[in-house]
Design a binder for this molecule. Structure first.
Ligand SMILES: Cc1cc2nc3c(=O)[nH]c(=O)nc-3n(C[C@H](O)[C@H](O)[C@H](O)COP(=O)(O)O)c2cc1C
Length: 215
């Protein structure tokens, strides 16, 4: 094994070692509204579901780094979510991976990335922020809490208020996602992504005969 103590690593080294260890990560393409009413979109892979009551998920947002012409600035997504309290998480599958990644360019705050990359905005039901039509799944969300964990990074806790699924993705009787039809893209390290077509099914067995297998 190769060993590292966190204290001896630079922020950049920590970033690459941590993000390279946690994969594949889902990608949230977050839409939010700027103070000028323009819709902003940006991808975030420091993202995951946390609980269902309340229905919370977390997104880690750092400052623009020294590779950017906006170095040290807060990201528009964080500013918009804090100011407006609403946003939409659009899930990313292979069909929209390219445009979603292009939304990650450090566009100036007054540029609407969505139009620039060729995606389409449609109105949401319960929040003022539009969702992305081409996304297979979209969650309309309200801000639950922002944790400013350091000078560089904030963790946004979002609460899902409504969800949209492409029609073929939901079994309406069971009220479940047809996971065999949903093919989210996963992010590995840096610009490396993976498809999720190749599946294996491994039910958790019951501890004794009286129990039922968990599905
Ligand atoms: C696939 C992908 C995932 C990303 N994940 C994150 C992330 O989890 N946290 C973060 O702060 N930036 C992340 N970024 C970078 C932001 O998307 C990028 O800084 C973007 O320009 C922010 O836009 P905004 O200023 O409109 O919010 C990611 C970029 C890509 C391409």
């Amino acid at each position: 094994m190769t060993d590292f103590a966190m204290a001896g690593l630079s922020l950049r080294e920590r970033y690459w070692l941590i993000t390279g260890s946690v994969g594949p990560r889902p990608i949230a393409l977050v839409t939010s509204l700027g103070s000028d009413g323009k819709c902003n979109a940006a991808p975030f892979s420091a993202f995951n579901y946390m609980c269902e009551e309340p229905p919370l998920f977390a997104i880690g947002i750092d400052l623009y780094g020294d590779e950017s012409h906006r170095c040290g600035e807060r990201k528009d997504t964080l500013n918009n979510i804090e100011a407006g309290g609403e946003f939409v998480v659009n899930m990313v599958d292979e069909a929209i991976l390219g445009p979603a990644v292009r939304c990650g360019t450090d566009h100036p705050a007054d540029v609407s990335e969505v139009e620039a990359v060729g995606l389409t905005l449609v109105p949401s039901l319960t929040v003022a922020v539009p969702r992305i039509k081409e996304a297979p799944i979209a969650w309309e969300c309200k801000l639950f809490k922002v944790l400013d964990v350091s000078r560089f990074r904030s963790i946004v806790l979002g609460e899902i208020v409504s969800m949209h699924f492409r029609d073929d993705l939901v079994d309406e009787q069971k009220v479940r996602v047809r996971v065999d039809r949903f093919h989210p893209i996963g992010r590995l390290g840096g610009p490396t992504y993976c498809r999720t077509e190749d599946r294996i099914i491994v039910p958790v067995p019951p501890f004794n005969q009286e129990g039922k297998p968990r599905v």
